[in-house]
Design a protein around this ligand. Structure first.
Ligand code: TUI
Length: 308
């Protein structure tokens, strides 16, 4: 069964978590355009998450969910809030959600953890996950080591639950490739930064349109929190000091509040402009509906070309 049938949505597309970006309003826009919108709990506290869930419910009658970023200090409280609010679909990132699985499943929720290696995918299946998102290192934000091309088929072979591909997908060719690798659908993040509805600062959007394929870099590989962002003065200095052996505390000075600086203030010099490697493919700002239509039309064209 494909992801669109599984979730009762128009397209086999699920939105990435996008901490500090994916508000209730944005998630509703994604859902109304035919994908699965997700409220990114990453940069929120529990009260803010609750408000965003209410907002999302008021703006769409389509399915939506929440992405719980497990490094969030309020993750435990948020996990319970999702049950109280009757949220039906949850994706998780940046950690192992095993301790919440029983509670979520008892409440009939669809649980889809993000994983970056097959060992965790197998564990998640054992805990009762309904599907997993196999996220390659091409993605923006917090990333693993493996590429989508190598990761997706290995996870498909390791589990019996459905696999959703993430990382490196922004057009129809890449959607076709994800299906070819055995995925039932895809998670999209970076291409949604270049949407009219995306609430990031205009300067962040301009940097997204300007970036070329090789313009992202991963900070924090050595210190243990690898995060892919668009190269800028802060990123270059961070990686330089990281390579020179700077300690974690010293390096944190660079990234403290840096995602918020990028998203809300448009600080493209010292902010963290999280984006995946597909950022080089994005040339214009479009409505989400158009982005989805274009990817799907490109997919149909790709498949027709392969069959010709
Ligand atoms: O979570 C993401 N991407 C993110 S989270 C985020 S917010 C943030 N802000 C500042 C610093 C760091 C993060 C921005 N982007 N993607 C899903 C993902 N999850 N990628 C990799 C993983 C992952 C890593 C380890 C999942 C599980 C895991 O498990 C380790 C364990 O405990 O077994």
């Amino acid at each position: 069964m494909r992801l669109d049938e599984m979730l009762g949505i128009k397209y086999p597309f699920i939105q990435g978590g996008m901490a500090n970006i994916a508000t209730g309003e944005f998630a509703a826009a994604v859902s109304n355009a035919g994908g699965l919108g997700l409220i990114g709990a990453g940069g929120m506290n529990t009260e803010q998450l609750k408000e965003n869930i209410h907002k999302c419910k008021s703006l769409t009658d389509k399915p939506f969910g929440v992405n719980l970023m497990l490094m969030n200090p309020e993750a435990d409280k948020m996990a319970e809030l999702l049950v109280e609010e009757g949220v039906k679909i949850v994706t998780t990132g940046a950690g192992n959600p095993a301790k919440y699985m029983a509670m979520w499943k008892e409440n009939g929720m669809i649980v889809i953890p993000v994983v970056s290696a097959s060992i965790l995918a197998v564990k998640m299946q054992q805990c009762g996950a309904d599907a997993v998102i196999a996220e390659g290192t091409e993605s923006g934000g917090h990333v693993g080591e493996m590429t989508t091309m190598a990761l997706v088929p290995q996870i498909v072979d390791a589990v019996t639950i459905p696999v959703i591909a993430a990382g490196g997908i922004a057009d129809g060719r890449q959607l076709a490739a994800a299906f070819a690798l055995g995925a039932i659908g895809v998670q999209l993040g970076t291409c949604l930064l270049a949407s009219e509805e995306c609430p990031i600062h205009e300067a962040y959007k301009a940097a997204v349109l300007k970036a070329k394929d090789n313009d992202t870099i991963v900070t924090g590989r050595i210190t243990g929190t690898p995060v892919r962002i668009i190269k800028n003065a802060m990123a270059r200095e961070y990686v330089k000091q990281e390579k020179a052996g700077a300690d974690k505390m010293e390096l944190e000075k660079f990234t403290l509040g840096s995602l918020r600086r990028a998203v809300f203030e448009g600080d493209v010099k010292t902010g963290s402009l999280m984006a995946g490697q597909v950022v080089g493919q994005l040339k214009e700002i479009k409505p989400i509906r158009q982005i989805f239509e274009d990817i799907y039309a490109g997919y149909r064209e790709t498949v027709a070309g392969l069959q010709a």
